[in-house]
Design a protein around this ligand. Structure first.
Ligand SMILES: [Ca+2]
Ligand SMILES: [Ca+2]
Ligand SMILES: [Ca+2]
Length: 211
C-alpha cells in the first residue's frame, strides 16, 4: 500500500539568538507627517548610542549624529525623522519617553539606503530598499517592517507593509500615514525563554496520512 504524506510543513521558529544590539526595524521614505526610520535595541543590555550616526546611500559615517538617543534600553526604539520631533510625536500620539530626533534633511527617496554606524564608524546595520528595483513594499504613507528573522540581513524585499490593526500594532497618524513608530512589534524574549527556543523549536502542522 502506498502511503502519501501530504500537507507536511515545517515552521521553524526564527529566533535571532546570535543577534543583539540595535537594528533598523521600520521605515517610511515618504508620507504625511514626514519620513522616518526606527531603530530598536533587541539585545538584553542597554547600548550607548553616543557618537553613533546615520547616513543614506552616500554611506558616510558621521553624516547625521545620533548621540541624542543616548542609552537605548533593551527593547527600546528610537525615531529619526525629517519632521519636527514635537510634531511627529503629536501626529503619532507618542509619549514623551519615545526618543525622537527630528529635522532630518537627507530625504530618503523611493530607492535609497539606510545606514547605521557606531561611534567608531563601523556599519551596524544597513537597509537597501527600492520597491521598483529590488522589490518589497513601497513605504509611502505606509511604513515597512523588518521581520525578526530578517533583522540585520538587509532584506527590504522581505519587509512587510504596515496596515491598520496588523500584528505590528500599526495605526493611522493624524495625517493618515500608517505605521507603528516608537515600538517594535515583536516581543523581546527573556533570556531564559530564548535559550529554550534556541534548541530549534519547530512545529509540524497538517501532517496527514493517506492510504
Ligand atoms: Ca523622503
Ligand atoms: Ca537620499
Ligand atoms: Ca515600529
Amino acid at each position: 500500500m502506498k502511503r502519501v504524506l501530504a500537507g507536511m510543513m515545517l515552521l521553524a521558529v526564527a529566533v535571532p539568538l546570535s543577534k543583539a544590539g540595535i537594528f533598523i526595524t521600520e521605515w517610511m521614505y515618504d508620507g504625511t507627517g514626514g519620513e522616518f526610520v526606527e531603530f530598536t535595541n533587541i539585545g538584553s543590555t542597554a547600548v550607548d548610542m553616543t557618537g553613533w550616526s546615520f547616513d543614506d546611500d552616500s554611506r558616510t559615517p558621521g553624516s547625521v549624529n545620533l548621540t541624542v538617543f543616548g542609552l537605548l534600553a533593551p527593547g527600546e526604539s528610537a525615531i529619526l525623522t525629517e519632521a519636527n520631533a514635537a510634531a511627529f510625536r503629536t501626529a503619532w500620539n507618542l509619549g514623551a519617553q519615545i526618543k525622537i530626533i527630528g529635522n532630518l534633511t537627507h530625504n530618503l527617496g523611493r530607492r535609497d539606503e539606510i545606514n547605521l554606524y557606531d561611534s567608531q564608524g563601523n556599519l551596524v546595520d544597513r537597509l537597501t530598499y527600492g520597491d521598483d528595483t529590488i522589490g518589497g513594499p513601497r513605504t509611502q504613507n505606509y511604513s515597512g517592517n523588518i521581520l525578526a528573522e530578517n533583522l540585520g540581513r538587509n532584506l527590504a524585499a522581505a519587509a512587510v507593509r504596515s496596515a491598520v490593526g496588523d500584528s505590528f500594532g500599526s495605526y493611522a497618524s493624524s495625517g493618515g500615514a500608517v505605521g507603528n513608530p516608537g515600538y517594535y512589534y515583536a516581543a523581546i524574549p527573556e533570556p531564559a525563554t530564548m535559550g529554550i527556543l534556541g534548541f530549534g523549536l519547530a512545529m509540524i502542522v497538517g501532517l496527514r496520512r493517506r492510504g
